[in-house]
Ligand binder design. Structure first.
Ligand code: ATP
Ligand code: MG
Length: 610
């Protein structure tokens, strides 16, 4: 997983109206909240402008006119409206929080659901880091856009509009001067915001690269030292920190320049107003309170304009985030149920491959299996052996219907398995993978994953049958022992035993095992062997086998080479043939075989058969 995935990709998207509407659509299920929240904002910004206007009245009609009763009346109105505004502010902040939480929840729920539906091919193609940033930072950004972004822009627009309204009402010529200055102010604010945002983004990017460099050098410290790479790495690192320094410097520079620039333009606008307004007062068409109100409106308007510019600058990034989220949610699972798919109630029966051709859609297009034909009788145990990359895992992936044949058919119980629902098939197949995965939690919980309704007694029985009970009770907490994240506190052999117990508990009709190649101690190996025998008894089983003991017990051994069955037969048949199997396993199992056969005499062959 490269750290670049954690950072957003370079952002190139132009403003996309369709995505924007789709983002707004996310709030539709919560329309009540949205409306409440918009009303609250409208009240707040309307009152903001009204306050300035009332101040004007207080000055002109109360103070200058020396009208005491009018002054009290206006102050009372002002005071009570302040209370209303306080309530409205509370309302919109609260509602925005609720709305954001709902949208975040909806998005994450949707993604989680969808991720569970996606085919394995999606996950082998898509880096985990990429998916994780969709779920975390992108969701965050989209939720922020529909809440705080919506809040800020509505507030800003309402403020500008109502303030403009009051200004036009007080003196329209002066209002037009302000109106002319608005676009310039907005443009300056927007350009600054965009650049500052860009620089901060670069700072973050360099920062994560620096973290990555630290991480690589710490985890790979032995290799670095062994190869004498210290100086070269230090040079690479200096380039990184230098870039980081320069970018941060630019960001600080821009941030510092931003406010003064905006202030210069607004001061110019204010200056013209005071000048023009002052002349009007002498003529008698403008009051002192009026000028004061204009100055307040223009000064206050700086905030909405800056806010709007910020929301606009950030919006493009949020839309890019949303596009990535939608691309995940819109991706179609490669393997899915046909509309007529059904559950026949059992998957017992023969398993047949008929002229199956398969290649990975995202691979190099090379056929992994070509016209592959295989008939497995119900209850038969098949061992798959062969060189790495031969196609063994592909065969079992197809049986589990993680992938489907590109041509030809796979039949279970005489029918093309695409007629069955995925659930019907997958819930009846028990799998133990080469690198078994455990979920963080206790051993008991992990075994129970095989059948959620199982009682503690059944779990223990399954563990006994799988041969896992003995090592489990040796832990100080027994079945309650925590396995750590991904089962990392256990050895590979122990994880396989727990997965095996999980499979035993599920009582599958078809059993699939990809034996661990990593060496497990002889005791664990014997336990796994015993557990597997329990599983294989009476079940159609496919074992990708690395251990002689498993291979010898199989009803049929298939040597898989370049997607073809190069040889098939029982252990002794194949040994007698002295072909590929013989070659493969004299190399791999010499030490194991030496005890059984020396040097492949007939007595030894007999011993091997027993
Ligand atoms: N998810 C995938 N996407 C693309 N190509 C793949 C994928 N999985 C396997 N392949 C390719 O398919 C071929 C068969 O691989 P497969 O995993 O079935 O071999 P295998 O016999 O199980 O090997 P091993 O003994 O090493 O586990 C290989 O050439 C491999 O590169
Ligand atoms: Mg494999």
């Amino acid at each position: 997983m490269s750290d670049e995935y954690l950072e957003e990709e370079e952002f190139t998207t132009q403003f996309n109206g369709k995505t924007f509407r789709r983002i707004l659509g996310l709030t539709r299920p919560h329309l009540r909240w949205v409306i409440g929240f918009l009303i609250a904002i409208a009240i707040v910004s309307g009152l903001d402008s009204l306050f300035t206007y009332i101040s004007k009245l207080i000055i002109d009609d109360g103070i200058i006119a020396q009208n005491k009763s009018e002054l009290y009346r206006l102050l009372t109105i002002y005071g009570s409206l302040t209370l209303v505004q306080a309530a409205a502010v509370f309302g919109f902040v609260f509602l925005a929080g609720v709305l954001g939480e709902r949208v975040r929840y909806d998005l994450r729920q949707k993604m989680f659901n969808h991720l569970q539906q996606l085919s394995l091919s999606y996950f082998s193609r898509t880096p985990v880091g990429w998916i994780m940033s969709r779920v975390t930072s992108d969701t965050e950004r989209v939720a922020d856009l529909v809440t705080w972004g919506l809040l800020d822009s509505t507030w800003a627009i309402m403020n500008i509009v109502t303030a403009m309204g009051f200004m036009l009402y007080i003196n329209w010529q002066m209002a037009l001067i302000v109106l002319a200055a608005l676009p310039i102010l907005f443009w300056i604010a927007y350009e600054f915001r965009k650049r500052i945002l860009g620089e901060f983004r670069n700072v973050r990017k360099f920062n994560s690269k620096i973290t990555g460099a630290f991480n690589e050098n710490i985890t790979g410290v032995r290799v670095v030292k062994a190869l004498g790479r210290e100086d070269a790495n230090l040079k690479d690192f200096s380039v990184l920190t230098n870039n980081m320094y320069r970018t941060s410097y630019r960001a600080a520079w821009l941030s510092a320049l931003f406010l003064p620039s905006v202030q210069i333009v607004s001061s110019l606008a204010l200056g013209s107003i005071v000048l023009y307004g002052g002349l009007q007062v002498q003529v008698g068409t403008m009051t002192v309170g009026g000028i004061q109100a204009f100055v307040s409106y223009v000064t206050f308007m700086m905030w909405p304009i800056q806010d709007l510019a910020r929301v606009f600058a950030e919006m493009q990034h949020s839309i890019a985030s949303a596009e990535r989220i939608f691309s995940l949610v819109d991706s179609v699972p490669e393997v899915k149920d046909s509309p007529e798919a059904y559950d026949p109630g059992t998957m017992q029966g023969d398993v047949e491959f008929e002229d199956v051709t398969f290649y990975y859609s995202d691979g190099d297009g090379k056929h992994v299996l070509e016209d592959f034909t295989l008939k497995v009788k119900r209850g038969e145990t098949i061992a798959l052996v062969g060189p790495t990359g031969g196609g063994k895992s592909t065969i079992v992936n197809l049986i589990c219907r993680f992938y489907e044949p590109k041509h030809g058919q796979i039949k279970i119980g005489g029918k093309d398995y695409t007629q069955y629902s995925l659930y019907a098939i997958q819930s009846r197949i028990g799998m133990v993978l080469q690198t078994p995965h455990l979920f963080s939690g206790s051993i008991r919980e992990n075994i129970r994953y095989g059948r959620l309704t199982a009682t503690d007694g059944e779990i223990e029985e399954a563990a006994r049958m799988a041969g896992a009970h003995d090592f489990i009770v040796k832990f100080s907490k027994g079945y309650e022992e925590n396995v750590g994240e991904g089962g990392n506190l256990l050895s590979v052999g122990q994880k396989q035993l727990i997965s095996l117990a999980r499979a035993v508990l599920a009582k599958p009709e078809i059993f699939i095992m990809d034996e661990a190649t990593s060496s497990v101690d002889t005791l664990t190996e014997a336990l796994i062997q015993r557990g597997m025998e329990t599983m294989m008894a009476g079940r159609t089983s496919f074992v990708i086998a690395h251990r002689l003991s498993t291979i010898k017990r199989a009803d049929r051994i298939l040597v898989i080479e370049e997607g073809r069955i190069a040889e098939s037969g029982t252990h002794s048949e194949l040994l007698r043939k002295r072909g590929k199997y013989f070659q493969l396993y004299t190399k791999q199992f010499r030490h194991q075989m030496e005890q059984a056969l020396d040097p492949f005499s007939d007595e030894a062959l007999q011993a091997a058969q027993s």
